[in-house]
Design a binder for this molecule. Sequence first.
Ligand SMILES: [Zn+2]
Length: 158
Amino acid sequence: MTLVYNALPREEARILSQLRTGHTALNECLARIRAEQSASCACRMGAELIQHFLFYCPKWRSERTQLRETMGDGWGDLTYALGGWSGRRDGRNGCFVVGPRERWKPYLKIIKAIIQYVIKTGRFQPKATVGEEIEVADVVGVVEETEIGKVTGRVKMT
Ligand SMILES: [Zn+2]
């Protein structure tokens, strides 16, 4: 994965690392660290989990068009979307859809589409609200895979 991170501009790498570590600005995550009262999504259709946000939330239907097209059959598969080997099998012949694990390489095109989607929604951008300011690094924690943990952006918590 380090190669993938290196291929991305800093801001995009930051978004990918947030998605991969599960430390995002989505309500489900903020509720876990008690920065947000409820894990519920604003669409009221359940918790704002990463999967909900990326694939299902009705709020982002139009922002999602390009991503959906890029992912094709892999739609809804979070591991695949974030550059991992998903182990998904073809229902007809039982073979791995993305080929064997040892030959797996993340699809940069899909990762890019995911990141573009996140940017379009603005959902991970710092909130411009009044309140206590904290370092993003406190939220994302240490990212083991890369040096991306040392982010400098800020988010404001309400
Ligand atoms: Zn939603």
